[in-house]
Write a protein that binds this ligand. Structure first.
Ligand SMILES: [Fe+2]
Length: 214
């Protein structure tokens, strides 16, 4: 496989971050779990019933708007001035596990998506950031529901890069989709296996997805 320069840059950064994270105690690998988030949410039914080897999460194209060098950042909707960027709040949480059903700690989870108006920030890092999974393989972002842009349904982009030594699991590039979107059926990349599970959370949404990487 030939890696693009941007992909190599991400993986080089991911390997360094994940490697250093593995030197810490397992419970401190990831970020502090934010107040108000489900501290011990039940495993996804698919995760709970995992039978090794579990089916890997489907890959999808990176698309044209990936940008390496993102900040380690949990709150993508903060505007840096104590407020929030426009858009319906979306908390995105999930777990990573290998095909052997074990959680993957210290993995890099890279997230990028369009803003509320369907625009990508190609000069800065608005709605771009990465997190490290904690000892239970969990990650979480605060962001907003992305807007629509021509030719695509509503979606999020992710790259999940297991830590070095993570049972040989390879990085996964994929996308996540929103249920009940009129454009889903017309988007050639849409895959129902990549649908978020959404629930209302105040004025916003809590979206969950558990990944199997390997
Ligand atoms: Fe996109």
């Amino acid at each position: 496989m030939t890696l693009s320069p941007s992909r190599r840059a991400l993986l080089a950064g991911a390997a360094g971050l994940a490697g250093s994270a593995l030197l810490r105690p397992a419970v401190a690998v990831g970020p502090t779990w934010p107040a108000g988030w489900p501290a011990d949410w039940p495993a996804d039914p698919g995760t709970a019933a995992c039978r090794a080897p579990a089916a890997a999460t489907p890959p999808e194209t990176e698309g044209p708007y990936f940008k390496p060098g993102t900040p380690l950042k949990q709150d993508l909707r903060a505007d840096g001035r104590g407020g929030s960027l426009p858009g319906r709040p979306l908390d995105l949480v999930g777990r990573l596990q290998g095909r052997d059903c074990r959680p993957l700690a210290g993995a890099v989870v890279e997230l990028w998506h369009a803003d509320d108006g369907g625009r990508y920030d190609n000069s800065g890092f608005t709605f771009r950031g990465h997190q490290l999974t904690d000892g239970q393989g969990r990650f979480g972002f605060r962001t907003v529901v992305p807007g629509l842009y021509p030719g695509r349904t509503r979606h999020l982009h992710l790259i999940l890069a297991p830590a070095r030594g993570g049972d040989g699991a390879a990085p996964l590039t994929t996308q996540l989709y929103f249920p009940d979107e009129p454009r889903n059926a017309r988007d050639g990349l849409y895959d129902p296996a990549l649908l978020l599970r959404l629930e209302r959370q105040g004025d916003g949404l809590l979206g969950r997805y558990d990944f199997v990487v390997g």
